[in-house]
Design a protein around this ligand. Structure first.
Ligand SMILES: [Zn+2]
Length: 409
């Protein structure tokens, strides 16, 4: 039976990664939200309680960019070239044979792994393309409903190769929306004519109210840029705060002045950025014959300009990234190292795996360690958030809506 106490006593809470933890007892209401947080010994009496014995309580981790439809296919789908083109090519052949049952089984393994490591919300892209059509998306929507009381899953109808030249892209997009996609997206750099493709997505977003999450310029070619087109449409349709640019690697290849203009545009248009360090380190820059680039976007400059920057897992054990555990603390660690955050910025790396992705997923109203927020909590033996990023935790317990869904108290 799942133990789900209503009062957590003896814990140390850290609602803000930049401030040290402090002792508080947490009262959880019947609706799964935090009713109040009390100085030790001052909480109202409660029949059901657990003693955390000094353990650290933080808001659960958030992974705003996965590909659960591709997850755990590496054994069947090797990528000998090791780059993005190679991965896209080999996955096409696999996608044609992919069944609903196959997607569900692999996705559930990765969801369980992510949840056990403290992730309470995931946004997953699902390829919608000639090989897959909507099979992967429909499978992930089924998984979303099945897991609804354990983890929050958002599914992106991802037109990975949609061409507006054929009516197919429009048809797939409409089918994705009808099937229940939470978000729509695509890869403007991979379509023949990106202007009508972006219009298709933005017009659908305006009509339906769905947010947009693009794989934006996941390459290092400064002659193949789509930032300005996305910024212009976001502004024109008043979609500030509802558009996410995942990857944005090409920003790192631009000269500083040119990059600065785009960064200011992203900040002004309220477009968030998700950096995916494992994919960028693995896939990008393989053609360099020395000093291979890191491939990540300009994380520090974006954050300094006021852009909300999150990190994400991207692919887990597939031809795009052959490794991955579903652990957002590991991704925060990679981000700190690969994006050159400062040695004193472990807390900032933590926010990139927690509150920042929560904001980009539109969860901010429910999220956090405060009265009124959902009790989606990670409880560990770590000293603080910096310690979580630096070395992880030996034990983790996870509450979702106040219910224990992984680990033990
Ligand atoms: Zn991706």
């Amino acid at each position: 039976m799942t133990l789900s106490p209503r009062l957590l006593v003896g814990g140390r809470i850290q609602p803000d990664a930049q401030q040290p933890p402090f002792a508080r007892d947490i009262l959880i209401a019947a609706d799964g939200r935090i009713e109040g947080m009390f100085a030790p010994g001052t909480a109202p009496a409660c029949a059901s309680s657990a003693d955390l014995a000094g353990r650290l309580v933080v808001a659960g981790l958030v992974d705003a960019h996965q590909h659960l439809d591709k997850s755990r296919t590496i054994a069947s789908v090797p990528n000998p070239r090791g780059d993005l083109e190679g991965a896209v090519e080999v996955f096409k052949a696999y996608a044609a044979t992919m069944t609903r049952e196959d997607v569900i089984a692999r996705a559930e393994r990765t969801l369980a792994a992510s949840l056990a490591r403290g992730t309470v919300a995931i946004r997953s892209h699902a390829n919608v393309d000639p090989e897959t059509e909507c099979r992967g998306l429909e499978a992930l929507i089924e998984v979303r409903e099945k897991w609804r009381d354990r983890i929050r899953l958002q599914v992106v109808g991802f037109l990975s190769r949609g061409s507006p030249g054929s009516n197919k892209a429009r048809e797939w997009l409409e089918n994705s929306i009808a099937a229940g996609a939470d978000v729509i997206g695509g890869t403007p750099a991979r379509v023949a004519d990106y202007e009508p493709f972006l219009d298709l997505l933005f017009n659908a977003a305006e009509r339906t109210g769905l947010p947009i999450d693009l794989h934006l310029d996941e390459h290092l070619d400064t002659h193949n840029l789509h930032f300005e087109a996305v910024i212009a449409r976001t502004r024109a349709l008043g979609m500030q705060g509802r558009v996410v640019a995942s990857h944005s690697c090409a920003l790192a290849a631009l000269a500083p002045d040119a990059a600065r203009r785009i960064i200011e545009g992203l900040a002004d248009a309220g477009i968030g950025v998700i950096t995916l360090p494992t994919a960028n380190l693995f896939l990008q820059g393989r053609d360099a014959d020395r000093l291979a680039p890191r491939g990540l976007t300009r994380v520090n400059e974006l954050a300094a300009a006021g852009v909300t920057v999150a990190c994400g897992s991207d692919n887990i054990q597939d031809p795009f990234v052959p490794t991955g555990s579903g652990d957002m603390l590991e991704i925060a660690r990679w981000t700190l190292l690969a994006a050159h955050l400062g040695s004193h910025e472990l807390p900032r790396a933590f926010t990139m795996a927690s509150s920042n992705p929560a904001r980009l997923m539109g969860l901010a109203a429910d999220y956090g360690l405060r009265a009124g927020a959902r009790a989606d909590l990670l409880i560990t033996d770590a000293v603080d958030c910096a310690d979580l990023v630096a070395g992880g935790a030996l034990s983790r317990a996870v509450l979702y809506g106040g219910r224990l869904v992984a680990g033990r108290l």
